[in-house]
Design a protein around this ligand. Sequence first.
Ligand SMILES: C[S@@+](CC[C@H](N)C(=O)[O-])C[C@H]1O[C@@H](n2cnc3c(N)ncnc32)[C@H](O)[C@@H]1O
Length: 305
Amino acid sequence: MSDPSPSVLIADAVARLSAAGVESPRADADWLLAHALRVDRGRLLLVDDVPPRAAAEFEQMLRRREAREPLQHVIGRVAFGLPDGAAVDLRVGPGVFIPRPETELLLQWAVSTAPADAVVADFCSGSGALAIGLAAACTDLRVLAVERSAAALTWLRRNIAAQPLPIAQRIVVLAADVTDPDGMRRALAEQAEPLGWPVDEPLDLVVANPPYVPTMQDGVPTRVSPEVRADPAEAVFAGPDGMAVIVPMLDAVRGLGRSGTALGVEHDDATGTAVAAALEAAGFTGITARSDLAGAPRLHTAVQG
Ligand SMILES: C[S@@+](CC[C@H](N)C(=O)[O-])C[C@H]1O[C@@H](n2cnc3c(N)ncnc32)[C@H](O)[C@@H]1O
């Protein structure tokens, strides 16, 4: 019997993934087969037939995805888009948040806002999507990648180390809690200063994609998809109102910034008003709401007063 063609395998996979409730069955089937064949997704059409070893690997991955394991965990990586159309390749798996496409909006804003030779912090860095994206997109800035979770820090350090040296050497990792300004100062002195981070230089720009999903919605616990449940809860949820990290984090931004420091913070589509109020109460000006590609309020930017 001849080896199956990509189109036969994909048609079967799309039916199975649809039945399992996967939101984007065709795209996921393409990604999985491309991964099994070790080809770019765009080159799948050029493949005539799928050798047995690749077909077996595809079947294994398909079963994991049918069980609603996130696509990015199954293939072990995610591409995070840069403003110029390129992307950084990040390793992800259990213990770290999977970067989402909507966060590319925050990166685009930050790249267009960062002054020359900027000193920048990525609060709640996770896999390092924003920190690495910034260092890759702006060749003159330095980034402090701040993260609290031990598991996420392992992924973060691994992803930074995998970048070309001119990118990796401009990123310093800080294991710290962004809701604890005094602890951050101590961590800076202990961890970042020995690595040459300019601790006395105020930050020019802060980006943050903190946990922001409210644990309660309309009086009942928030329900999320199996894929979101694969993200660490501490990366996703932020108290009943979704503001448990954003509000105290603003003190740390102020403590490490100066008048004029720019801040971009991603948030839940239900908390735009609360985020704007928190920014105003903390003395930020130029408070601007921005929507994601789906038109949902997703991002606030502001300037330290
Ligand atoms: C939504 S994820 C964002 C990760 C990454 N910035 C991205 O966009 O893909 C939030 C991250 O914040 C981290 N985190 C949660 N609370 C924190 C805190 N108080 N201090 C520092 N990091 C925190 C979580 O471990 C998680 O990695």
